[in-house]
Write a protein that binds this ligand. Structure first.
Ligand code: NAG
Ligand code: NAG
Ligand code: NAG
Ligand code: NAG
Ligand code: NAG
Ligand code: NAG
Ligand code: NAG
Ligand code: NAG
Ligand code: NAG
Length: 841
């Protein structure tokens, strides 16, 4: 959307230079307006493009409440069972009609649609991730034109496709668990898979024209995409610029000048070529230019925490013999990236970690889901900026764009580039088997090619992954496929290896590709793409969920190479619920709370986990219980992620005799919420940080003092560092009793914090240590807790402070209710939730 707007601005300011005449058919420009109507004409509304049916019907007052209010996910389901026709009229200027070729371009239609211009069928759409360019020179007319986009109900479209396939064999899952309150067979549609519901999100099976619609008139060709590969050699960065042009299919050659230039600090490096191209397939042309950039002239791009995110403008111009120009400008960065999968000393197992600019990077971060269930709202700049900035502030350097959502907006990846957030980019396939008929594969091919070309130049993108959890689903028979394992395996290889990987690798020479997440990486490939155990901790990445365990105990986790998903649910804050519910809903036993909890047994698991370490007050009113449950669930979540993440970070240098360890990644599930409901998110739908996000800022800190108690009762203190230089430090361990703010004991020692490493700085039997500190001989672990600081030798903190409870909090005996009151604070000006001393300090 950004891109189109930009081009239009250029069009009006420099009309003589622009070869391709662009006319936006979005709501905000041109004459004529969009309307939408259902098939039998009972509902008509003004429509917005880019947009969607739920938004249109809300604006029109047909849907009268917030779509997330109470049970509206169910109440408003009828919307997605209707077929909807979007239409508008438009006039075209003479100048456009004079062009030799005219395209009508849809940047995104959701999803199954037929397009008519002046009552003539000009084409069909069936993939919301694909840009459709329909040649319309022979359909468009002087004066008024009428455009209609007839979109079928995604629910009936999915069912029809499932039924057709089922004649041969079933492609499961046949439906979602009942707790999801969802719809079936979304795997038959190339559409955001989570729009039919997920275990953290509602079903709003969307319908609409979710991206821009543009008329393009031109004589020679459209400069469609530019991709770049940036490869480091001894003295140079070689920038390979691949330029893609599109024409109507009968065009046999395209001639013109192609130029690429990079704007450096004080100079510009350019290359120009005059060339005549042959199509590589009907209507598609490409050529390549190479720029040699002396290394001395640029600064490399670094992930967050390792250095700056320097970006340079790359300008590509195509001019034809009429001397009219098409220009595209990209922001590119210089960085190398490798996924290292090499044998380790123990057995035949392999490492799994990223190197950026030859520096091994411990990947710290979380998983990204769509920021809204409605695709048209998924790219709101304010929301995206807030979420990505929150990730950056929390010391994250990697986000995984999870495969059940969307290929995100251009803005998302631009911001990731600017903030140094590496992106693990899944292709949009998740938790399902998928069909492999020719039509489906053809559509996926186009999707992959277009998306890789759109995203490829972003330095933030670190890896492509074929799907989410489908290797594991097949191996572990999640959907009853085991009787026909070979059949489904063949479909799997066809889709992810033969189509998705192949199409990606035609465009990609730098980044790694893994077929699934989780997978055993190279080992999965050696096992014919379905490993014996896709969750093998000694290869590739792992998703780890274990709800029936004490996640505050670090000795229960497994050492894995790279944990790309892990987590525990909590409740969003009361204010989030208050917005979309009524007082009678405020109990976890209410129908409302039941409807919001999609994870089977979710509340029981939260309760169970809370009770392992905390004692919930038991004499509260129902309302107090609800808010207490929210609060305790957030404490449990924050402590669990802290424990598990610090465990992974401490395992960086560790290599067990079984070949486990050498952990180099911790991406927890999940960063953001799609609505107000219990989930694994660290940031609520409102944008508010849950307790865990504040913890994340600490447990992902570049240098971290990390204490724990081994299963043998030994207190160990490790110093974790992602820094690239050694640091001299002073560790202080304070011992506090629960009834005083003054420590009863402290001990200080000097240590070198070794770079990119974990250093054990202290070790002592916990009981002896506490007894010596003065916590008493009887039950010292109940009397005291420990507090840790790590400073440079001049006394300034180099790590967040840390703490260790030597005993489950529920088992403390010496715990008296504190008398603490909050006085004299007020909202800081211009903020929603930052409080300050009334004195203004
Ligand atoms: C139009 O469709 C709606 C929803 O399917 C249905 O309830 C209604 O009866 C239909 N009306 C007519 C006039 O067919
Ligand atoms: C929507 O279109 C499909 C396919 O044309 C048709 O089978 C179905 O009855 C239509 N549904 C409604 C509610 O009009
Ligand atoms: C490319 O070169 C040919 C022959 O030298 C020339 O006729 C043509 O005009 C050039 N094209 C452009 C776009 O300059
Ligand atoms: C055109 O693009 C394809 C990848 O789609 C690439 O393999 C080929 O080398 C390119 N051709 C030129 C001339 O750049
Ligand atoms: C194309 O490039 C040639 C030099 O390679 C230059 O002489 C000519 O003017 C260029 N034409 C256009 C249209 O830019
Ligand atoms: C709950 O019980 C505690 C002590 O058991 C008491 O101090 C507190 O006032 C009680 N709260 C309510 C709301 O009854
Ligand atoms: C980083 O650690 C390595 C290995 O311990 C050491 O050789 C190197 O000197 C350290 N680098 C810096 C800048 O401290
Ligand atoms: C730590 O180092 C500082 C500065 O070199 C020194 O003054 C101090 O005595 C050392 N402390 C310990 C416990 O060795
Ligand atoms: C708040 O103000 C009081 C009085 O000016 C001061 O003593 C206290 O340290 C301040 N607290 C913070 C957190 O700044």
């Amino acid at each position: 959307m950004e891109r189109v707007t930009l081009l239009i601005i250029v069009l009006y300011s420099l009309p003589l230079q622009i070869h391709t005449e662009q006319i936006s058919l979005d709501e905000t420009t041109g004459d004529g307006t969009w309307t939408v109507v259902n098939e039998n004409g009972t509902y008509t509304a003004a429509a917005t493009v880019p947009g969607g049916i739920y938004t249109d019907l809300s604006v029109a007052g047909i849907l009268t409440q917030d779509i997330y209010y109470r049970f509206n996910d169910i109440e408003y389901r009828w919307v997605s069972k209707e077929n909807w026709t979007y239409s508008r009229t438009f006039e075209v200027p003479e100048s456009l009609l004079k062009k030799q070729q005219i395209f009508l371009v849809f940047y995104g239609v959701d999803t199954i649609a037929s397009v008519y211009l002046n009552d003539q069928h000009i084409g069909d759409c069936e993939n919301m991730f694909v840009r459709y360019a329909f040649p319309i020179k022979s359909f468009i007319q002087a004066g008024t034109n009428e455009l209609q986009v007839k979109i079928q109900s995604p629910i009936t479209a999915a069912q029809e496709r499932f039924d057709k396939q089922a004649v041969e064999y079933i492609v499961p899952p046949t439906c979602l668990p009942d707790e999801y309150h969802g719809e079936c067979h979304v795997n038959f549609l190339r559409k955001m898979q989570a729009s039919f519901a997920w275990d953290w999100g509602p079903a709003f099976p969307s319908v609409g024209i979710w991206k821009s619609v543009v008329l393009e008139g031109f004589d020679t060709a459209v400069l469609r995409e530019v991709i770049t590969q940036t490869v480091e050699s001894e003295y140079l960065w070689l920038v390979t610029v691949n330029i893609f042009l599109e024409t109507e299919s009968q065009m046999l050659t395209v001639s013109g000048n192609f130029s690429a230039s990079i704007i450096l600090q004080t100079s510009q490096i350019s290359v120009t070529r005059n060339e005549t191209l042959m199509p590589h397939s009907p209507g598609f042309f490409n050529t390549t230019l190479v720029l040699n950039i002396p290394k001395s002239q640029i600064q490399v791009w670094w992930p967050n925490g390792y250095g700056d995110q320097k970006l340079y403008s790359l300008e590509v111009v195509f001019s034809d013999e009429h001397n009219s120009k098409n220009t595209k400008t990209l922001k590119v960065g210089f960085r190398s990236i490798q996924l290292v999968q090499e044998p380790v000393e123990v057995g035949t197992v392999l490492t799994f970690y990223f190197k950026v600019n030859n520096v091994p990077i411990f990947a710290k971060g979380s998983n990204w889901i769509p920021s809204h269930v409605l695709p048209e709202k998924s790219a709101e700049p304010k929301r995206i900026e807030h979420l990505l900035e929150s990730a950056r502030i929390a010391n994250m350097n990697m986000l995984r764009v999870w495969g059940g959502g969307l290929y995100e907006s251009d803005l998302f990846y631009q911001l990731a580039d600017e903030k140094g957030l590496l992106i693990w980019q899944d292709f949009m396939f998740a938790c399902s088997m998928y069909p492999t008929d020719d039509n489906f594969l053809q559509s996926v091919s186009t999707e992959v090619t277009q998306q890789v070309r759109r995203l490829q130049h972003h330095p933030s993108i670190a890896i492509w992954a074929g799907n989410n959890e489908n290797e594991a689903a097949l191996r572990d028979n999640w959907y009853g496929t085991s009787n026909e394992f070979d059949l489904y395996k063949q479909d799997y290889v066809t889709l992810y290896v033969d189509i998705i990987r192949r199409n990606t690798m035609l465009l990609e020479t730098v980044r790694p590709f893994v077929v699934s997440s989780p997978s055993n990486g190279l080992q999965s490939e050696d096992n014919g793409y379905i490993a014996k155990n896709p969750y093998d901790t000694r290869y590739g990445d792992v998703h780890y969920y274990m709800y029936i365990m004490n996640a505050w105990n670090p000795n229960l986790f497994s050492n894995t190479r790279f944990c790309s998903e892990y987590g525990y649910q909590s409740m969003p804050s009361f204010s989030s619920f208050e917005e979309i519910s009524i007082p009678s809903d405020w109990s976890i036993n209410s129908d409302f709370c039941n409807n919001r909890q999609h994870h089977p047994s979710g509340y029981n698991e939260i309760k169970y986990e809370i009770n392992l370490n905390l004692e919930m007050p038991n004499n509260l009113t129902e309302r107090q219980q609800f808010t207490a449950f929210i609060y305790f669930s957030q404490i449990n979540q924050a402590m669990s992620y802290k424990t598990e993440t610090e465990f992974y970070r401490r395992s960086r240098n560790l290599l067990t005799s079984d070949g486990e360890g050498l952990t180099m990644g911790a991406l927890y599930w999940q960063l953001n919420d799609i609505w107000q409901a219990p989930s694994w998110a660290s940031i609520e739908y409102s944008g508010k940080w849950k307790m865990i996000h504040y913890f994340a800022k600490d447990f992902f800190a570049p240098v971290l003092v990390s204490p724990f108690v081994t299963s043998d009762g030994v207190l160990e203190v490790h110093l974790i560092s992602d820094k690239l230089e050694d640091l001299e430090s002073q560790l202080t361990i304070f011992v506090y009793q629960w009834n005083s703010l003054t420590p009863i004991h402290s001990i200080t020692s000097n240590h070198t914090v070794y770079n990119a490493s974990v250093t054990k700085a202290f070790q002592s039997d916990l009981l002896e240590f506490l007894q010596t500190a003065g916590c008493g001989d009887a039950e010292p672990i109940k009397k005291c807790f420990l507090y840790f600081t790590l400073t440079s030798l001049d006394g300034s903190d180099i790590s967040p402070h840390n703490f260790l409870f030597s005993q489950s909090l529920k088992d403390l005996t010496d715990f008296t209710a504190p008398t603490i009151s909050v006085a004299d604070i007020s909202l800081a000006s211009g903020t929603e939730n930052v409080f300050q001393n009334t004195t203004g300090d």
